[in-house]
Design a protein around this ligand. Structure first.
Ligand SMILES: Nc1ncnc2c1ncn2[C@@H]1O[C@H](COP(=O)(O)OP(=O)(O)OP(=O)(O)O)[C@@H](O)[C@H]1O
Ligand SMILES: [Mg+2]
Length: 363
């Protein structure tokens, strides 16, 4: 364990007879940009409120930097929380908003001024200190909220869907800003979102949650390429899904007998012959064979039904019998990717995951 790791041991939260968070072990490392990703109601805010001290766990314990947090209120923890709707003080200037927490802690005015201008510079608002929050754009207000939370020098900054109120362009811009602020300050960020794009672009590691349970913790690449459960596989990114029974297993791979024939993929978890299983392969990992002579691990004959131009890529919808197949092709320009009629598509076993059947994400 390092200096200010946040460690949850067997932490759960019950409200009456409803369990919002099942017993959870989780370690967020010092200096990490850590995201908690999951659909609405899965328990993300509840976990954040327990870390920040606004809510006492029903069981288990939380330690920060090796110090048990039980019995310590929010003000006595090395954390600061930015709420979903950020609530700046509307009658105070930007400068006063940022310095507010310092005044409450009895920091003298000269030091408050110095620290506030340092923080405003950190969030690129040097010349905006005299304004009221209503005179700022949404993104600027968001940066004031970050500066205000950082003013008290937390070891851990907790952010609860801080960008959800902003429009798409601004949200994408703020992703880079927040990531940059995190890198420059070295403060641990625990960032809650239900937006997978946000989690994938900003995070060192991500915990994917569903219905009060953490289903997987890993880097963006691990979550995307090696999802641990059907829920994670379908919540993050797009997938082709084939269902069937396992007919063979060897060398970390499994063959599934599906409606489009036997398909081979990388086993996730232990699988035995006869198991009801799912094979997932992402649309961008499937290609058109176009008369190629190489022999890929998996081949499917299908009919092209529709071509959707998405911009940088083309989404080709095919059908093999009753089974839909989606293939993402890089947009090569001038409609060079236009194909029709019968096609043979292929993918490698390395690019597909096979796991025991289970619950999908509903989105
Ligand atoms: N004080 C409470 N009393 C009873 N139930 C609660 C309470 N707080 C939260 N819950 C329930 O616990 C579950 C998890 O809530 P939580 O706020 O953690 O979800 P969330 O993942 O943050 O969702 P969202 O993305 O919508 O903010 C929900 O079903 C919610 O209704
Ligand atoms: Mg929430």
């Amino acid at each position: 364990m390092r200096g200010n790791d946040v460690v949850l041991s067997d932490v759960s939260m019950r409200f009456g007879d409803f369990t919002a968070v099942h017993p959870t072990d989780l370690t967020v490392r010092e200096g990490e940009f850590f995201s908690i990703l999951g659909p609405s109601g899965c328990g993300k805010t509840t976990i954040l409120r327990m870390i920040s001290g606004f809510l006492d766990p029903s069981s288990g314990g939380i330690a920060i930097g090796g110090v048990p947090m039980a019995g310590l209120g929010p003000n006595r923890r090395p954390t600061a929380l930015i709420f979903q709707n950020l609530a700046l003080f509307p009658l105070m200037t930007v400068w006063e908003n940022v310095a507010f927490g310092l005044e409450a802690r009895g920091v003298p005015i000269v030091e408050r001024k110095r620290r506030a201008s340092e923080l405003l510079s950190l969030v690129a608002l040097d010349d905006q200190g005299h304004k009221k929050p209503t005179e700022l754009s949404g993104g600027q207000r968001q940066r004031v909220a970050v500066a205000r939370a950082l003013a008290v020098e937390p070891a851990v900054l907790l952010l609860d869907e801080p960008l959800s109120a902003l429009d798409l362009k601004l949200r994408q811009h703020m992703r880079a800003e927040l990531k940059d602020i995190q890198r420059r300050t070295g403060v641990t960020f625990i960032y809650i979102t239900h937006d997978q794009g946000e989690a994938l672009t900003m995070s060192d590691r991500i915990a994917v949650m569903n219905q009060g349970r953490v289903q997987q913790v890993g880097t963006g690449d691990e979550i995307y390429d090696r999802p641990a459960t059907p829920f994670v596989a379908t919540f993050v990114g797009e997938q082709n899904v084939f269902q069937g029974r396992v007919t063979a297993t060897n060398d970390g791979q499994a063959v599934v007998d599906t409606a489009v024939g036997p398909l081979r993929g990388t086993s996730q978890g232990t699988l035995s012959i006869g198991d009801e299983a799912l094979l997932f392969v992402r649309p961008e990992r499937v290609s058109l064979m176009n008369g190629a002579t190489a022999s890929p691990d998996n081949r499917i004959d299908a009919e092209v039904e529709r071509r959707d131009l998405e911009g940088s890529f083309v989404n080709l919808h095919l059908r093999a019998g009753n089974h839909p197949i989606s293939v993402h092709l890089t947009n090569a320009g001038s409609g060079r990717d236009v194909v029709s009629g019968g096609q043979r598509v292929s993918f490698q076993a390395d690019d597909a995951v096979v796991m025991r059947a289970g619950e999908f994400a509903r989105e």
